[in-house]
Design a protein around this ligand. Structure first.
Ligand code: NAP
Length: 240
């Protein structure tokens, strides 16, 4: 039975390793945006499918019986496409989404709905650390009176301010050193959740740096799975 994992997150990688360990075959797909993806010991589809129509065609042509959408919480287009294509082809779909970060007691977070709102929340004179991904930086490009230091895994197409290219995971000490070096006053982050990039929030709290947190878009799925063990159980039930 053919299984498709829509990946690009650490949890999707964990799921893939679990499936491989159980001898369950599947294909893992990546958008193809990250340069030099790590080698994987299972079939990988790199690049988009061509919207809902392309994905529905792919599912039918490859006799896919189950899809697990384990893409990033902000990858809303892919999630929407998966819902539509699975409905069209009558294929079982499970959305996995890691829990969002909660604001810890004593932290200083401003919660906003969009990247544009995050840009507006930065006061003149701020030195802002942008941790929103290379494709989302554009929302801040025309903000005047703010110094930007941005970090992403690949350089943005239209860079501005200081750019740091680095891959997670990051640790708290390293993040504190970085924020101190650049005299950061504000950290802008998407509420991605997970452990790989959480250290920046701890570092910001320890240094008294304000956090502008872009909250997740409304979840299109009422009850996404929140842990990989539940996803495995869902797959194994259907394989019986
Ligand atoms: P998106 O806006 O939801 O998707 C844009 C297009 O990229 C989709 O329409 C699809 O192309 C293709 N695509 C996305 N995920 C794919 C996958 N796993 N396999 C095959 N094609 C995929 O996504 P995004 O926000 O650009 O993110 C792209 C990828 O990076 C996602 O897989 C996501 O998990 C990962 N990621 C995103 C973020 C973020 O902040 N958004 C952060 C970390 C990692 P077609 O329409 O041609 O099929």
């Amino acid at each position: 039975m053919s299984i498709l994992i829509l990946g690009g997150t650490p949890e999707a990688d964990q799921l893939a390793e679990l499936l491989r360990g159980h001898g369950i075959t599947f294909t893992y797909s990546l958008a193809g945006v990250t340069p030099n993806p790590k080698p994987r010991l299972y079939p990988v589809h790199i690049g988009g499918f061509g919207g809902v129509v392309g994905l529905a065609r792919y599912l039918a042509q490859n006799a896919v019986k189950m899809v697990v959408d384990a893409t990033h919480p902000f990858a809303a287009t892919m999630t929407g496409n998966a819902i539509a294509a699975a409905a069209q082809t009558n294929i079982a779909l499970l959305r996995f989404e890691r829990p969002a970060w909660d604001e810890p007691a004593g932290a200083n977070w401003t919660h906003v709905k969009t990247l544009d709102d995050a840009a507006k929340a930065l006061p003149p004179g701020a030195r802002a650390f942008l941790s929103v991904g290379s494709q989302s930086m554009v929302a801040f490009a025309h903000q005047s009176g703010v110094d930007f230091i941005s970090r992403s895994i690949k350089p943005p197409e239209n860079p501005f301010g200081k750019i740091i290219v680095a891959k997670p995971p990051f640790d708290v000490i390293g993040e504190m050193q970085l924020f101190s070096k650049y005299r950061i006053t504000h950290l802008v982050s998407k509420n991605a959740g997970g452990d790989q990039t959480k250290a920046k929030l701890v570092a910001a709290q320890r240094l008294g740096i304000k956090v502008i947190m872009v909250e997740r878009p409304p979840d299109p799925v009422a009850e996404p799975a929140r842990d990989i063990v539940k996803v495995m159980a869902w797959i194994e039930r259907r394989l019986l």
